[in-house]
Design a binder for this molecule. Structure first.
Ligand SMILES: Nc1ncnc2c1ncn2[C@@H]1O[C@H](COP(=O)(O)OP(=O)(O)OP(=O)(O)O)[C@@H](O)[C@H]1O
Ligand SMILES: [Mg+2]
Length: 312
């Protein structure tokens, strides 16, 4: 995966595959290597703070002041996108209505509008992301995006609105957003998958849909790559594998269960590799290992160290 030149990365994938973990690892590794980075939580799950070592995240980006890798130099920033705050900011910045804070039932209005008009929440989220890309002075903005089903509408809503609105301020807004989102060299989608059948199928379907959409419309955010997360290590070296095959064909009585357990590990790894064979072959891949441990923060630490070796 060539991520070094991108300045905007959306991280998506099936639920639970490690989107938040991978987004945090990518952002922290980039910050540790000298880039000014913003990590945005776009799925309102509240999961990002755990992997950044902070108690909470605000709507306005702020520097992460914990001692996690990447934060120490003050280059790592994060925010959580809240659509109501996003709407307030939009109204203030672009519609120039200073009285907006006095319109208290804005949350209710937003709920009403968002329910009535599909895409409102998405455009507010993606609008905030683009606003930060444009004005924040970051070298890289990483978005912990919703899972694949929802990510598609997030990634296409700006163009849908652009095409639906003939002229006027809204069209102007979506024009600069599209310049950012569809910048082939600098924006990209990273799809995270584990080496299991369902996430792999979902990844392949998502990439097909994205590509079909780009082919149909002529523009869109390109697929930057697939992150294969949680791949178990190959259990044996080649020499060990030969020894093991001999052992497994006639296991000594006292080691039958040990051999069976090792056999299971070999089969799991083979299955993982077979599943990965179903991914589209022309998309760059980055492999991240299964990290042993029980702590989400320590998992990200280990992945940052791994990325550091892989990307440098
Ligand atoms: N490479 C890894 N090795 C071990 N554990 C991992 C790895 N990647 C992620 N995990 C663990 O898997 C769990 C799910 O990860 P994460 O929250 O990042 O997934 P997600 O895709 O963001 O989930 P959701 O769809 O709920 O947003 C977490 O407990 C995380 O620590
Ligand atoms: Mg998540």
């Amino acid at each position: 995966v060539n991520l070094q030149e991108r300045r905007l990365i959306f991280v998506t994938g099936k639920g639970g595959v490690g989107k938040t973990t991978v987004a945090a690892a990518l952002a922290r590794q980039a910050a540790a290597s000298g880039r000014k980075v913003l990590l945005c939580e776009a799925d309102r799950s509240g999961a990002l703070c755990r992997v950044l070592g902070v108690p909470s995240l605000a709507f306005d980006p702020s520097p992460i002041r914990s001692n996690v890798v990447g934060a120490a130099a003050g280059r790592l920033h994060a925010c959580s996108i809240d659509t109501e705050a996003s709407l307030r900011q939009y109204v203030k910045l672009y519609l120039r209505l200073p009285v907006i804070t006095k319109l208290t039932p804005i949350a209710k209005t937003l709920d009403f509008v968002a329910t009535a008009a599909p895409g409102v929440r998405e455009i507010l989220t993606v609008g905030k992301v683009c606003h930060e890309v444009r004005t924040g002075g970051y070298d890289l903005v990483v978005v912990d995006a919703p899972s694949t089903g929802h990510a598609l509408s997030l990634l296409t809503v700006a163009r849908t609105i652009h095409d639906a609105v003939p002229a006027g301020p809204l069209r102007g807004q979506t024009t600069w957003m599209l310049d950012i989102l569809n910048d082939e060299a600098r924006a990209g989608v990273v799809v995270v998958t584990t080496p299991e059948e369902l996430p792999v199928t979902e990844t392949t379907e998502f990439i097909t849909k994205m590509r079909d959409d780009i082919a149909r419309s002529g523009t869109g955010t390109p697929i930057a790559g697939i992150v294969i997360n949680r791949l178990v290590a190959e259990p044996f070296t080649r020499t060990d594998a030969v020894r093991f095959a001999a052992l497994a064909s006639a296991p000594p009585a006292e080691a039958v269960r040990v051999v069976a357990a090792a056999q299971l590990l070999v089969e799991l790894r083979d299955l993982a590799v077979a599943n990965l064979g179903l991914l589209p072959a022309d998309v760059p891949q980055l492999v991240l290992p299964e990290i042993h441990g029980d702590n989400a923060l320590a998992t990200v630490d280990a992945l940052v160290a791994h990325l550091d070796q892989e990307l440098s």
